[in-house]
Ligand binder design. Structure first.
Ligand code: ATP
Length: 257
């Protein structure tokens, strides 16, 4: 990744309200080629909404979203409903995407190591294999950016570790950027370059090492870490259970990288 390369996607001061209720306030971050960025935050924090904005499915009320010209984006949903009576193999499922070639389908199935289930009915593969099937589909055409919505949902701990390792390997193999949602920072620690901790606004952001020691992160999601060096990120505000800023003026003295 060149130091001077512009980011694949850049969100700046993105603000959005649904029917008068604020959902995102001045959210800014970027994803560059070769970088894994993980959005973390409690239920209702706005993570999926940020993803939809990144994908261009939602337009913010205020702020800017810049995408690299000509960017291709692959999206992996949390899960997908496939009719049980539909006879569909994993390979045929890959080919459903318009314009997909046999070579592309083979390539992505090999990348995520599901070639051995290519001829299996897609409804019958295991939970872990299904996540890989969805990931393979997101990788068709080797996009510049892949967006993963809680890729490890429903997967056991060993499977989660494997899947996160796989995401890191794919990033290296195809040199894409990765934007994903996760609920468990500790599972993604090793494979993530940047963590964005969201609770309607960005509470803290930075490397996993810095974020895991941030008091704001602890207040939001727990997970105290033994022997942690103190991270010097200062906040002058608190949140209520809905993420509203109380007792302080957010922004003043609140620095994010
Ligand atoms: N289309 C919509 N209309 C109204 N409110 C919405 C809409 N979409 C999302 N919201 C609200 O916006 C807030 C953020 O939702 P979002 O799905 O982005 O959160 P999340 O962080 O992804 O949550 P979770 O971890 O539970 O999936 C929630 O309060 C949700 O109810």
């Amino acid at each position: 990744m060149s130091e001077t390369a512009p980011p694949l996607i850049n969100l700046e001061d993105v603000t959005l309200a649904f029917t008068g209720t604020s959902v995102l306030e001045k959210v800014s971050f970027s994803v560059s080629r070769g970088e894994v960025v993980t959005l973390i935050g409690p239920n209702g924090a706005g993570k999926s909404t940020v993803m939809k904005i990144a994908l261009g499915l939602l337009v913010p009320d205020q702020g800017r979203v810049e995408r690299m010209p000509g960017i291709t984006i692959g999206y992996m949903p949390q899960k997908i409903q496939i009719e049980d009576i539909l006879p569909l193999t994993v390979h045929q499922f890959m080919m459903l995407r318009p314009g997909t070639t046999e070579a592309q389908a083979r390539d992505v199935m090999k990348l995520v190591r599901i070639s051995h289930v290519a001829k299996h009915p897609v409804q019958r593969v295991s939970g872990g294999e299904m996540q890989r099937v969805l990931m393979a589909r997101a990788l068709l055409g080797r996009p510049d950016l892949i967006v993963l919505d809680e890729p490890v949902q429903g997967i056991d701990i060993t499977g989660q570790e494997e899947l996160y390792r796989l995401i890191g390997r794919i990033r290296d193999d195809i040199n894409c950027g990765v934007l994903m949602i996760s609920h468990d920072l500790h599972m993604v620690m090793a494979g993530t370059d940047k963590v964005v901790c969201l609770n309607r606004h960005i509470c803290c952001s930075g490397t996993p090492e810095t974020v895991q020691h941030d008091p704001e992160y602890h207040a939001l999601l727990g997970h105290p870490v033994e022997g942690a060096a103190l991270y010097t990120h200062h906040h002058d505000h608190h949140h209520d259970s809905h993420g509203n800023v109380v007792g302080g003026d957010h922004g003043k003295g609140c620095h994010h990288d």
